[in-house]
Design a protein around this ligand. Structure first.
Ligand SMILES: C[S@@+](CC[C@H](N)C(=O)[O-])C[C@H]1O[C@@H](n2cnc3c(N)ncnc32)[C@H](O)[C@@H]1O
Length: 421
């Protein structure tokens, strides 16, 4: 084979004249590439990397993703993931069994004495408790897919998002259980207070948009104050969760979850790991003015300008791939003089266009046309956390106002004036 290869290189029009020369050149090229890849001459390599990264990013950013490579619909992924939850979790537990079986017999005996096997068995049972809820969510999803003609095709078989299922389960606890009250009590009152201060008793017909509402407890509480609320989220994981709560739940504590079994770390006792939580703590009232508007809020608010008296964002703005479009959309959908209430951290997701620090985020909001009237920092805020071993966030709360006269338009006008000058 090698001889054949060399023979080809020897053809007079294409290659070097002797097999030895061809061999030496190939070897030299191979060594150079290996050198660059394995131990790059760092300065040169870094310089090339830096020079190339902007043009390459510019190019990649403009190439559309062909539809064949795009992920299946979020609804299909949600249905698959909810119905696959039990086997995904049982697989995770099987790996723990295997790891345990690999330990020496004497150590396994000690493990048994402290109850490790019992804990794993009970965790397996707890998965089945959770699966009662996830199966119901999957069934709700299938109903919706049939109604809307959404294909739940073969491609979605490969898109199980078990992490998003677990997130949804934790949101049930945070938003709709007695256990989640402490978290809600740290976050909801400043927002509800700001709305009360702004509107007093004059709330009827006042439209409030809550984009990225998750399982919509805050949106529901705002509706209970008498506002006309639009709750929006584009995740079918969350929207199916809301459907379960708002259309299939008739008694308090109708559903039960073991929400902490997905993280064995930071647990004080096995009982703590395995404990269950029932929800909802309240059955949502039907007599409130709350409308669900699923979908991307950027698209939702495109059409009509100045529809809402207030926009409330909770743990939301850092989900943006482009924060400026979020701010412009909020500005666009607010009536002149309307308010934007925000509360949340800056925990950037994915790879957004910019990952700005807080003060620059505020400057950006002002550049878009908002006047930030009030700010407050909240420290050590918990979010869908187990009470033990929880991560905490530092959050910023603000109330910003769209000016009664559209400052953004004025600024644009000035900019154009300057250009013309
Ligand atoms: C971190 S969660 C917060 C959920 C809720 N606000 C809360 O505090 O529980 C962010 C939510 O925003 C939603 N989301 C992100 N980008 C969105 C968009 N462009 N349009 C609508 N919802 C979006 C996600 O699906 C997710 O439910």
């Amino acid at each position: 084979m090698a001889v054949d290869g060399h023979t080809q290189l020897q053809t007079p029009t294409q290659g070097p004249q002797s097999p030895l020369l061809a061999f030496v050149l190939t070897l030299a090229l191979f060594s150079l590439v290996s050198l660059l890849v394995l131990s790059p001459p760092t300065r040169l390599f870094r310089r090339i990397h830096r020079l190339a990264s902007r043009p390459v990013a510019r190019l990649l950013g403009r190439i559309p993703v062909p539809s064949a490579l795009q992920a299946p619909t979020d609804l299909a992924v949600a249905i698959r993931s909810f119905s696959h939850y039990s086997s995904a979790q049982q697989n995770a537990l099987s790996r723990k069994w295997v790891a345990f079986e690999r330990m020496p017999r004497r150590h396994r005996a000690l493990g048994t004495r402290v109850g490790w096997e019992k804990t794993l068995e009970r965790a397996e049972e707890a998965v089945e408790t959770n699966a009662l809820v996830t199966d119901e969510l999957a069934a709700l999803g299938l109903e919706q897919a049939r109604r809307d003609g959404v294909p739940v095709g073969l491609r979605s078989h490969f898109y199980h998002a078990n992490g998003r299922v677990v997130e949804t389960l934790k949101h049930f606890v945070r938003d709709w259980s007695e256990v989640g009250k402490a978290e809600r009590d740290a976050l909801f009152p400043p927002i509800l207070e700001a709305l009360r201060e702004e509107f007093g008793k004059n709330v009827e017909g006042k439209k409030v948009l809550v984009p990225g509402c998750g399982l919509a407890r805050l949106a529901y509480e705002i509706a209970c104050e008498g506002f006309s609320v639009e709750a929006n989220d584009f995740s079918h994981f969350m929207n199916l969760g809301s459907s379960l709560l708002f259309t299939r739940t008739h008694t308090t504590n109708q559903h039960t979850l073991a929400p902490y079994i997905h993280l064995f770390s930071h647990q004080r006792t096995a009982a703590n790991l395995l404990r269950t939580v029932s929800f909802p703590d309240v059955v949502p009232r039907k007599d409130v003015d709350l409308r669900f508007c699923p979908g991307d809020f950027l698209g939702l608010c495109k059409e009509e300008e100045g529809r809402h008296e207030a926009v409330v964002t909770l743990f939301f703005i850092d989900t943006a791939s482009n924060m400026i479009s979020y701010f412009e959309t909020i500005y666009h959908t607010l009536k002149p003089g309307g308010i934007w209430i925000n509360l949340g951290p800056l925990l950037y997701y994915g790879n957004p266009g910019m990952e700005l620090p807080l003060e620059d985020v505020i400057r950006l909001a002002e550049m878009v046309g908002f006047e930030v009237e009030r700010r407050k920092s909240l420290r050590d805020v918990r979010y869908t956390a187990d009470e033990l071993g929880a991560f905490t966030y530092d959050c910023e709360f603000w109330v910003a106002r769209k000016s009664a006269t559209d400052a953004k338009e004025e600024a644009r006008g000035q900019g154009e004036g300057k250009k013309e000058a």
